[in-house]
Design a protein around this ligand. Structure first.
Ligand code: ADP
Ligand code: MG
Length: 595
C-alpha cells in the first residue's frame, strides 16, 4: 500500500506547470505579461522551433534585486497580491506567483535581471526545477529570461505539442495582440533569427495596427469611444467601417482591461452590431478595448486561456452591441469610406458587398469593361454565362446536338427560372446553378492546367502584413501557374498584372486577401492541391456579386444546359439546392389525370 506523502516543490511545480503553461505560447504570454507589469517600454521576443527549443524575452522594465530574483522563483512568490481579498482588485496581469517557478520546472531556464540601485545584475540558472547556479552578471536595468528545451523532462506534455508552424502561429498571433494592447511599448519579435514584426512605440492604436497589419487594414477602421458612466463601462478602439469584412475572425480582437481575451459575449455582440452591414459569414476587423470595473469581471477562468466571465453578461453584451451599432449608424458615408453595396432591386437577393478595401491603386471597374468582354469571348471562360447571351452550347455532348432537355419557359421572381422537362416542371435557382457551373469550370481548368488569363490594363498593387506576405510568397509559383500574375516588389507589396479569366477584376483584391487567409489556415497548397483548389474555386464563386442581376434572360437556357453536364448538378458548391423538379405524375396526382 502506498502512503500519503507531501509532494516536493519540484514535483508540485511540474504539475502546476501543466495547468499554467500548456504550450510554448503560454510561456511567452506569461513572460510578456511580467515584462509589462514591470513597466517595460521595450520588449523583445525571440523563439525557435515554435518555442519548443528556445524562447527569450528581454525587457527594459524595473528588473529585480538579487533577493527578489531568487524569491520570484519560489512557488507563490508574487509582488502583486498579499491577501486573497486583493484578488478582486488586481490590475496587473499575473498574480498567482506560479508562472516563473512552473516554467523553470519544465525547462532549462536562465534569468538575468538588474534593478536600480545595484551596479550588477543577477543570473540564475535552473534546469528542470533544480537550481544550478546563481551569480552576478553585468547588464543594463531590466530582465532577460531564456527558456530552452521546454517540456524535455516531461515527455507526456511534449507529446501534446503541435507542429512547429502551429506553435509559431500561436506565438506570433499572441505577441501581436500584446502589441496592439500596448501601443506605447516597442515590440520586436524574432523567429529563428528573422523578424516576424517590429514596431516602435506608437502614438496611437491606428499607427500600431498599421505597423503590424498594414496601412490598408488600419484605413478600413473607424474610431469607437462610448461610455456608460452608470455601469462603469467604456468601449474604445477601432472597428471596421460598414461593408468591411474578412473571411476569418483573426482580426476581430477584443480586450478587457487591456488584456486580449477570447470572449463569446464580446465576439457575438460585435458581430450582431454588424448585422446587415456586412455579408453573412464574414467578420469585421475590429480592435476593441472594454474597460470595466475589476470586480465585474473574472479574467482567470482558466489560467492558461484568455477566457473571461462577466458578472453581468447581458449588460456587457447590450452595452458593446449598442456602442458599436451606434457608432456605425452615425458613420456618414464618405469618399474615403469603403464602398457599401448599393441597394438591390430584389429584397431576397443579398449579394456580397463590394470588395471591402481601400482602392488606392485599383482602377475603377469602368476602366476594365472594355477588357472583360474581349477576354470572355476569346477564352470562353465561365463568364460566358453572363456576358455572351447567345453563346453556342459549349459541349459537343448529345444534349447540345438535339433540343435541350430542359425548355426554358420564363424567369420568375428574378432569381428563379421555370423549365419544362420530359419528366415535369423544374424550378431552377439561378445563382446556385451559376455557382455550380462556374465552380466546376474553375476546378476543371485547374486539373487540366490550362487556365485562361486576362491582363489588367492597370496592374493592382496590394500590401500585406509581414506574415501574410510570407504565406503568399511561398505560393506565388503555384498561383502564377494558375492564371495569376502576381509579383513581389518592395517589402510586402505585390503587383497583380493578370488574373484567371474566372475572376472579375473588381473582386481581385478581396479575393487575393481571402486566398492568403486560406493559405495561412491550410498551409502549403501544393501538398493538397486539388482540395485546396476546390476551396479557391468556392471562394471565387462565392465572391461574385450581383450575379442574379447579371444573369441575362437570354443566357438562362445555356446555364441550364451547362448545369446538366456538371458532375454534381443538384447542389451549389455550398450545398444549396440548384433546382427542384415536380413530375407530371405528381401533377396528375394533384390535379387528376386526363379527361
Ligand atoms: P506573478 O506574475 O503572478 O506575480 P510570476 O511567477 O510570473 O508571478 O512572477 C513572480 C514575480 O517575479 C513577479 O511578481 C515580479 O515581482 C517578478 N518578476 C517576474 N518577471 C519580471 C520581470 N520581467 N521584471 C521584473 N520583475 C519580474
Ligand atoms: Mg506573472
Amino acid at each position: 500500500m502506498s502512503s500519503i506523502r507531501i509532494l516536493s516543490d519540484r514535483v508540485a511545480n511540474q504539475i502546476a506547470a501543466g495547468e499554467v503553461i500548456e504550450r510554448p505560447v503560454a510561456v511567452v504570454k506569461e513572460l510578456i505579461e511580467n515584462s509589462i507589469d514591470a513597466g517595460a517600454t521595450r520588449i523583445e521576443v525571440e523563439f525557435r522551433n515554435g518555442g519548443k527549443s528556445y524562447i527569450r524575452i528581454e525587457d527594459n522594465g524595473k528588473g529585480m534585486s538579487p533577493d527578489e530574483a531568487s524569491l520570484s522563483l519560489e512557488r507563490h512568490a508574487t509582488s502583486k497580491i498579499r491577501e486573497a481579498s486583493d484578488l478582486n482588485e488586481v490590475s496587473s496581469f499575473g498574480f498567482r506567483g506560479e508562472a516563473l517557478p512552473s516554467i523553470a520546472s519544465v525547462s532549462k531556464f536562465t534569468m538575468r535581471t538588474r534593478t536600480e540601485g545595484w551596479d550588477h545584475g543577477t543570473e540564475i540558472l535552473i534546469n528542470g526545477g533544480k537550481l544550478i547556479e546563481k551569480k552576478e552578471c553585468g547588464m543594463p536595468i531590466g530582465t532577460v529570461i531564456e527558456v530552452a528545451n521546454l517540456f524535455n523532462s516531461v515527455p507526456a506534455r511534449r507529446k501534446f505539442l503541435k507542429t512547429d508552424p502551429t506553435e509559431t502561429a500561436h506565438i506570433t498571433y499572441n505577441t501581436r495582440l500584446f502589441a496592439v494592447a500596448h501601443p506605447n511599448v516597442a515590440f520586436r519579435v524574432l523567429e529563428n533569427g528573422r523578424t516576424v514584426f517590429q514596431s516602435p512605440a506608437c502614438e496611437n492604436l491606428r499607427d500600431r495596427i498599421a505597423e503590424i497589419w498594414g496601412r490598408a487594414l488600419a484605413d478600413d477602421l473607424m474610431p469607437v469611444d462610448v461610455t456608460d458612466a452608470k455601469r462603469g463601462f467604456r468601449l474604445t478602439g477601432l472597428t471596421a467601417k460598414p461593408g468591411v469584412g474578412r473571411s476569418t475572425r483573426r482580426e476581430l480582437v477584443t480586450l478587457v482591461n487591456r488584456r486580449p481575451v477570447d470572449s463569446r459575449t464580446l465576439g457575438f455582440a460585435v458581430l450582431d452590431a454588424y448585422h446587415g452591414r456586412i455579408q453573412k459569414g464574414r467578420y469585421p476587423p475590429a480592435f476593441l478595448f472594454l474597460e470595466i470595473q475589476p470586480q465585474d469581471v473574472d479574467v482567470n477562468v482558466h489560467p492558461a486561456k484568455r477566457e473571461v466571465r462577466f458578472r453581468d453578461d447581458g449588460a456587457v453584451r447590450r452595452f458593446v452591441l449598442s456602442a458599436v451599432a451606434d457608432t456605425l449608424a452615425a458613420a456618414r458615408p464618405s469618399a474615403s469610406q469603403a464602398p457599401v453595396e448599393p441597394p438591390t432591386q430584389t429584397e431576397a437577393i443579398r449579394p456580397k458587398p463590394a470588395p471591402a478595401i481601400a482602392q488606392t491603386t485599383a482602377p475603377s471597374p469602368r476602366s476594365t469593361s472594355a477588357l472583360r468582354p474581349a477576354a470572355a469571348t476569346a477564352t470562353q471562360p465561365v463568364a460566358s454565362v453572363i456576358s455572351t447571351p447567345a453563346a453556342e452550347p459549349k459541349k459537343a455532348a448529345p444534349a447540345a446536338a438535339k433540343a435541350p432537355e430542359w425548355q426554358f419557359i420564363r424567369r420568375l421572381k428574378q432569381r428563379y427560372a421555370l423549365f419544362e422537362t420530359p419528366r415535369g416542371l423544374v424550378m431552377l435557382h439561378l445563382r446556385h446553378a451559376d455557382q455550380r457551373v462556374r465552380f466546376e469550370r474553375i476546378c476543371k481548368d485547374f486539373k487540366q492546367e490550362s487556365v485562361p488569363s486576362q491582363r489588367l490594363l492597370i496592374p493592382t498593387t496590394i500590401e500585406f502584413e509581414p506574415l501574410a506576405s510570407e504565406a503568399l510568397n511561398q505560393q506565388l509559383d503555384l498561383l502564377n501557374q494558375q492564371g495569376f500574375e502576381i509579383e513581389a516588389f518592395g517589402r510586402h507589396f505585390y503587383r497583380v498584372g493578370a488574373l484567371p479569366a474566372w475572376l472579375a477584376e473588381e473582386q481581385a483584391e478581396s479575393f487575393i486577401r481571402d486566398l492568403v487567409d486560406m493559405i495561412r489556415q491550410r498551409g502549403d497548397l501544393r501538398k493538397q492541391s486539388e482540395i485546396a483548389w476546390q476551396a479557391i474555386a468556392r471562394l471565387a464563386v462565392e465572391g461574385s456579386h450581383q450575379r442574379n442581376d447579371a444573369i441575362a434572360d437570354a443566357s438562362i437556357q445555356q446555364l441550364a444546359n451547362d448545369l446538366l453536364t456538371c458532375e454534381t448538378p443538384h447542389t451549389s458548391p455550398f450545398g444549396k439546392p440548384t433546382f427542384s423538379e415536380i413530375s407530371w405524375n405528381e401533377w396528375s396526382r394533384r390535379l387528376g389525370g386526363e379527361g
